[in-house]
Design a protein around this ligand. Structure first.
Ligand SMILES: [Zn+2]
Length: 153
């Protein structure tokens, strides 16, 4: 695996262990050329599924998007990046296991909130408030679209 810092071709694995829920393997690596250290995760490959937004638009589920939202909610809280990764994994697993190819965005929000609630109250409230704002933004966009439609009539 190439070093993300210098592009060097050989890296050494310093440490390799499963994450707490045993759904992925975390590896600490060191570049043999520049000495930089970084982490890689090995996890199951999953089939992509679509997220249906409130207005019916669909987009591909993005791990990264959900992960970033969660990291923001968990900022300065006693929650490790591994734990946050596991929440994303388990949400993704739940959807894949259900065999659905599409899932409504509010369902994903509810799944995350259920998991956060038992983990950390502050992160839970933060996530809920951001999530509600997204809903308001969607609503705002609906209104704009309606106004635009009226004008074109
Ligand atoms: Zn390097």
């Amino acid at each position: 695996m190439k070093c993300p810092f210098c592009g060097g071709d050989s890296t050494r694995v310093l440490d390799s262990r499963p994450t707490d829920e045993n759904t992925s393997i975390r590896r600490r690596r060191e570049c043999e050329k520049c000495g930089a250290r970084f982490t890689t995760y090995e996890r199951y490959e999953r089939l992509p599924f679509l997220v249906v937004k409130k207005d019916g638009r669909r987009e591909k589920f993005s791990r990264e998007k959900l992960l970033n939202g969660l990291l923001r909610a968990c900022e300065k809280r006693p929650i490790s990046v591994d734990t946050v990764n596991e929440i994303v994994d388990s949400v993704e697993n739940e959807v894949v296991k259900s065999g659905k190819h599409e899932v409504v965005s509010s369902e994903i929000g509810e799944m995350v909130m259920t998991k956060l609630k038992s983990l950390d109250r502050v992160a839970y409230v933060r996530f809920a408030s951001v999530y509600k704002e997204f809903r308001d933004l969607d609503h705002f966009m609906d209104i704009i679209e309606e106004l635009r439609d009226d004008r074109n009539r």
